[in-house]
Design a protein around this ligand. Structure first.
Ligand SMILES: [Zn+2]
Length: 115
């Protein structure tokens, strides 16, 4: 016998999953089933994980760029690097608006620097 931590009633061991303190009938209410049904369980793929890390690095570059612009246009280069680093993340996540923004950054600062 074991005591459930939700309903506080002693129940035989087969009413509990292994290592759980909540009995099966408390764990499987219609509400919890609904929540489980609505949430899709997924893990990030290695490409997505790599994209996330690159994205953080890219945003750091983009964040620091406005403050570096006055110094010999270093800011424009960091904008370009930031846009390139952020692209994989937004591309894999299919956030097309941000993909467009990054391409616009690349084109705009590319023209600013090399034209
Ligand atoms: Zn219970």
């Amino acid at each position: 016998m074991k005591k459930c931590n939700i309903c506080n009633q002693p129940k035989p061991n087969f009413r509990f999953k292994k290592g759980k303190k909540t009995c099966k009938s408390c764990e499987r209410t219609w509400y919890n089933s609904l929540l489980r049904w609505m949430v899709k369980e997924r893990k990030l793929t290695p490409a997505e994980r790599l994209g996330n890390r690159l994205g953080y690095m890219g945003s750091a570059f983009i964040m620091s760029s406005p403050y570096l612009l006055p110094y010999d246009n270093i800011g424009a280069y960091t904008y370009l690097v930031g846009a390139i680093l952020s692209l994989p993340q937004v591309w894999l996540a299919k956030q097309w608006n941000l993909v467009i923004i990054n391409f616009n950054l690349l084109i705009g600062y590319g023209l600013y620097l090399f034209a």
